[in-house]
Write a protein that binds this ligand. Structure first.
Ligand SMILES: O=C([O-])C(=O)C[C@H](O)[C@@H](O)C(=O)[O-]
Ligand SMILES: [Mg+2]
Length: 429
């Protein structure tokens, strides 16, 4: 065995990264969001980095996995899954119900483990790529495109957090004109050609009006609306009727595969999801019932980059499209998404990314979108380098936090502005 590839050291660094006051159906983003940065270093000194969700329930699983890994090879990515099953145990958070945050789909023990494994998998591939002098996309079989298209991720938002947080110059966007102004700036600064609006925040007619305003401002451009499951079937069918021919797809208008299937059967608009299909076990029912036309993969939920390619093969087999979901993330995960997206044949929908909202990062050179696309790196590994000073700053923020930001809770953040706020029951409209 080549001992050079054996893992010598693992470092777990939880961080809090600044996040603007973006609104969704649960509430509003906290001023700071937790992420976990995972580093592996091999005996020969090759290092790799990965990233995943950083709430306590993920950290709790990452620690035993980190302890068990030294001595194993960074090339043994398949072995990570069995090892995680063996050492991580079931998180106390796993309850087989929808994630407490409500926006990440089911929260099973297996999915929580996979979300943790994904960061270790990416870190191992980064280190392996550096050791072999190969980019991560080559370890996945090779890129089939040189750049990956992303869409602008538009949010209704406040100008500032009610308490604390970093400031920015975006201002508020609380009506169709504000949404269009935001989209124009995204286009100007990053060249995005397609636009997704986060919905489920205001009454459906107000959000439909925002989409129609976008269609008028950007004729012919792909548009999406994502109410995160907040609507009833009736409301979704009404919106689908108003937006047929305007939307490229409607994302999670309702909660659950059954309701998605009803909406799909009653409207001509393709439905996409990152909520009712987030694990392989949810695929058969959703595909058999024609509930979704596009699956938005999040490589964290699905267990990493190889598993994302497996999902892509399943989707291809059933004629279902694949694109990528995003949550608040750093540049490490954006690099990982870009590598895997570069290897997936027939990726015809622009991927989501929150990255333009993230002013803070832990890599030395920020990613730059050109014409809404990211170039696929051919440098060894992921092609990013950790900025240790920035990592230390964001980690210090996590250490100094009183615990209120360490678990993302958009409803709790909303209560700072509206003390009586409760996570809305679904369907909300
Ligand atoms: O497409 C999605 O559903 C998301 O990106 C989920 C996120 O949590 C989003 O709603 C957000 O960041 O507020
Ligand atoms: Mg979504």
């Amino acid at each position: 065995m080549d001992t050079a590839l054996l893992i010598d050291t693992i470092r777990l660094t939880p961080v809090l990264m600044a996040d603007p006051p973006l609104l969704n159906t649960q509430g509003v983003h906290q001023p700071y969001t937790p992420r976990l940065v995972v580093e592996v270093v091999t005996r020969s000194g090759a290092s790799g980095v990965g990233e995943t969700y950083g709430d306590g329930k993920y950290l709790e699983l990452a620690r035993p996995l980190a302890e068990a890994l030294p001595g194993r090879s960074v090339s043994d990515v398949n072995g990570l899954f069995a090892l995680a099953d063996q050492v991580c145990g079931d998180s106390r958070a796993a309850d087989e119900r929808v994630d407490a945050g409500g926006l990440r789909g089911v929260q099973t023990a297996a999915k929580l483990r996979l979300s943790v494994v994904s960061a270790f998998e990416v870190a191992c591939l980064d280190a392996l790529g550096k050791a072999l002098g190969l980019p991560v996309h080559a370890l996945l079989g090779g890129k089939v495109r040189d750049s990956v298209e992303y869409s602008a991720y538009l949010f209704h938002r406040w100008a500032a957090h009610p308490e604390g947080g970093e400031s920015d110059d975006w201002g508020a966007a609380l009506d169709p004109a504000g949404v269009v102004a935001q989209a124009r700036r995204f286009e100007r600064e990053h060249g995005f050609g397609s636009f997704k609006l986060k919905g489920g925040v205001f009454e459906p007619d107000r959000e439909i009006a925002a989409v129609l305003a976008l269609a008028e401002a950007f004729p012919g451009r792909p548009l999406r609306l994502d109410p995160n499951g907040a609507w009833s079937v009736e409301t979704a069918l009404y919106a689908a009727d108003r937006l047929e021919g305007v939307l490229e797809y409607l994302e999670d208008p309702v909660s659950g595969t059954g309701r998605m299937a009803e909406v799909a059967a009653g409207s001509g608009i393709p439905l996409a999801t990152n909520m009712c299909v987030t694990t392989f076990s949810e695929v058969p029912e959703a595909f058999a019932r024609d509930a979704v036309r596009i699956v938005l993969s999040d490589h964290h939920y699905w267990g990493g980059l190889y598993r994302t390619r497996e999902l892509a093969a399943v989707c291809r087999t059933y004629g279902v499209g694949l694109s990528m979901h995003s949550n608040t993330h750093l540049g490490v995960s954006l690099a990982a998404m870009t590598h895997v997206a570069a290897t997936v044949p027939g990726l015809k929908y622009a991927c989501d990314s929150h990255y333009p909202w993230q002013a803070e990062d832990v890599i030395t050179v920020r990613h730059t979108f050109r014409n809404g696309r990211l170039a696929v790196s051919d440098a060894p590994g992921l092609g990013v380098e950790l900025d240790r000073d920035r990592l230390a700053v964001l980690h210090r923020r996590w250490l100094e936090d009183d615990g209120s930001m360490r678990d993302r809770d958009d409803a709790a953040a909303m209560r700072r502005a509206e003390p009586g706020w409760r996570t809305p029951a679904v369907p909300r409209w």
